[in-house]
Design a protein. Structure first.
Length: 68
C-alpha cells in the first residue's frame, strides 16, 4: 500500500487506459482500480511499453521489399 500511495498518479493512469490494478497489503489484495466504462473512448494517457505483448514485429520487418 505504501508503494501505491507513492505511485497513485501512475496507477490511476494505468487504470484509465484499461489495466486492472490490484493493490495489496502484506501480499493480500485489498483493492482493485479499474477504468469506468463511460470514460472509455476518450483521450487517454499512454506510456512507453503500455502495449507490451499486444503485438509482435515480424522478423523480416526491416528487410527490403520484394522486387515484384
Amino acid at each position: 500500500m505504501e508503494e501505491a500511495q507513492r505511485r497513485l498518479d501512475e496507477l490511476l493512469d494505468r487504470a484509465a487506459i484499461g489495466d486492472d490494478v490490484v493493490i495489496t497489503d502484506k501480499n493480500e489484495p485489498v483493492a482493485r482500480l479499474v477504468s469506468i466504462p463511460a470514460l472509455k473512448g476518450k483521450s487517454k494517457k499512454r506510456w512507453l511499453g503500455s502495449a507490451k505483448g499486444e503485438f509482435t514485429v515480424p522478423n523480416d520487418f526491416n528487410d527490403p521489399p520484394p522486387k515484384e
